[in-house]
Design a protein around this ligand. Sequence first.
Ligand code: GAR
Length: 194
Amino acid sequence: MTSARVSTAVLISGRGSNMQALVEAATDPLFPASIDLVIANRPDAEGLAFAQAHGIKTALVEHKDFADRQAFDGALLAELLAHHIEFICLAGFMRVLTPDFVACWAGRIINIHPSLLPDFKGLDTHARALAAKVSEHGCSVHHVIAGLDEGKVIMQARVPVMQDDTPATLAARVLREEHRIYPLALAEVVREMD
Ligand code: GAR
């Protein structure tokens, strides 16, 4: 018996390596989500080329074209509805979404963040982890709610912090774990959806 896969959009702002990990996981026909749309808010988002090369529909919704967050989120919503999207993964999407948009997608929008939440919400997580001299760092996949990086954590992965780490070496170690857990977390959440 086959069941319909959950039609998923990935929102990116740049490199898109987490989006790529999700796309690769979804090539398995048993993966419970299909990646059907990639939306970027910047025309130079490198991930757009990967998505296009893999036959995935892409959309560019440039935040600078809109007067305010509400108008930008309205344009995002229009793209998502036009493509019959059921679930959203934020993957390096560097825009804060409005509470109305988030409420509309409650339980159907998740994000990956490069820290062990609730530690180091926000930006520059690797430099801040090094400055705080933590011995472990990592990444979290979490539900998205109106408060930035505050939704319930779905899955985390830990990495050791080495004495000679720079933000770049630590980021690379964390990123490998991001690519491993994001597909696992997406599969877990969509399997639990009714
Ligand atoms: C990733 O490390 C992701 O966790 C982080 O941006 C990077 C995007 O890389 N996200 C955030 O900081 C969100 N606040 P990618 O474009 O290669 O996936």
